[in-house]
Design a protein around this ligand. Structure first.
Ligand SMILES: C[S@@+](CC[C@H](N)C(=O)[O-])C[C@H]1O[C@@H](n2cnc3c(N)ncnc32)[C@H](O)[C@@H]1O
Length: 392
């Protein structure tokens, strides 16, 4: 049981103001309706005194089990509640964007249409509650072949001030993200990048190490949809894991960042603008290319041990165009991501096994592992396939 102060609905605002001022509001619990009509129960913090000040002393104190505020990160909501009234807050309770993604010193949120009129207020509240964040962007989804997120700046901290108007042109969205001990340079408004794939990247690393053990030598890696190169960061960090590398993307901006990143990760100089794909070093084929055409170059055929296929919307379509790049004389591995309707997971597994029939002896057939919901009917899955192509 927990102490609640029972106040008429019309006094909720003024009571909250007083409770917040003294730190007596219990933010872990929700404001709930009272059995008495037109009254609400406001949860009191344990440090609230037994005898409340005169402004509140006329209200009754009720012991109630209360309701846990488990859906909310309450810090930013305090700042939101400074700008909107309690009834607006309650009306849109299910829409406030509690989750967010940090990309360097930027924060990405998704603001539902239903609360778009509060966008500026949300930006201010989030920036006030996250003092290390410089810029907040509203995520309108991933667009086009480059899979770039449509990110609209909605709030910007400059010195001690927060700006929410006329932001578009002047703001820097190029940031450095720290991940698994590496720094990744990216600009999510210019090239695809997601911090949410970190676990995926670490799984790829552990599979790559397994392949190295099987082959008893460093491995050659082909990442033809590499973006700014985040999957390569942990692989290149691992001593003696990577032998030769092919990395390309057909978004020139992504390749620019890739060159910058490789200069750091590979500890040697890379060009600072994307031309085509070229042998930047004897063991590094890097650049701007259409991955689906790589297999037209005979020099690239049959030489890669690990193929990374991060093109979830078109994985099945592109897979047959890329398998000729894999070695035929030793075990190989494909690591991919794919988006499929929930109802088609089984049939997609069958298709996958039809495209990749040369399973490595002693290993399981490739099969999709659901990672998360992409929409109400679509699932984002990953898979890996251990192959030995020569045994066909
Ligand atoms: C989902 S993103 C993955 C990027 C990167 N692998 C990562 O994990 O951040 C897919 C990438 O494929 C690139 N892309 C799409 N079609 C391509 C093609 N035909 N050839 C090369 N790159 C392509 C896009 O520009 C985008 O950067």
């Amino acid at each position: 049981m927990m102490r609640h102060i029972r106040v008429p609905t019309k006094s909720v605002e003024s009571t909250l103001e007083i409770l917040k001022k003294f730190g007596w509001l219990n933010r872990r619990m929700r404001i709930i309706s009272s059995e008495a009509e037109n009254f609400r129960l406001i949860p009191l913090d344990s440090n609230a005194p037994i005898h409340l000040p005169p402004e509140l002393s006329s209200f009754e104190i009720i012991e109630d089990e209360g309701l846990l505020e488990n859906r909310m990160n309450t810090d930013w909501l305090d700042y939101l509640l400074e700008q909107i009234n309690e009834s607006e807050f309650e009306e849109y309770r299910d829409y406030w964007p509690n989750s967010h993604e940090f990309i360097g010193d930027m924060m990405v949120v998704r603001i539902d249409e239903a609360i778009s009129k509060f966008t500026e207020k949300i930006a201010i509240a989030k920036l006030k509650s996250h003092q290390h964040i410089r810029l907040i962007l509203n995520d309108n989804g991933v667009k086009g072949e480059y899979r770039i997120r449509d990110l609209a700046p909605i709030g910007h901290r400059k010195g001690k001030n927060i700006h929410t108007k006329n932001l578009e042109s002047k703001i820097n969205t190029k940031v450095i993200v720290k991940e698994s001990g590496q720094e990744i340079i990216c600009d999510p408004t210019k090239a695809y990048f997601s911090t949410k794939l970190q676990t995926e990247r670490l799984e790829t690393l552990s599979l790559a190490k397994e392949l190295k053990i099987i082959l008893k030598r460093p491995i050659s890696i082909c990442d033809p949809f590499c973006g700014v190169g985040p999957a390569l960061a942990p692989l290149l960090r691992e001593e003696n894991l990577v032998d030769s590398l092919l990395a390309c993307d057909f978004n020139p901006n992504a390749v620019n960042f890739l060159f910058e990143n490789l200069t750091k990760w590979d500890k040697r100089k890379y060009p600072n603008f994307p031309k085509g794909i070229s042998k930047v070093y004897q063991d590094r084929i890097i650049g701007h290319a259409d991955a689906t055409k790589l297999a037209q170059d005979p020099e690239l055929l049959g030489i890669w041990d690990l193929l990374i296929l991060n093109i979830p919307h078109r994985a099945l379509e592109f897979l047959p165009k890329l398998t000729p790049l894999l070695r035929k004389d030793s075990p190989t591995l494909i690591r991919g991501r794919i988006i499929v309707p929930e109802s088609e997971i089984l049939s997609t597994n069958k298709r996958l096994n039809k495209i990749l029939p040369n399973k490595l002896y002693g290993f399981d057939k490739p099969s999709l592992k659901v990672k998360r919901d992409y929409s109400s009917s679509l699932r984002l899955c990953s898979f890996h396939a251990w192959l030995k192509i020569s045994n066909q």
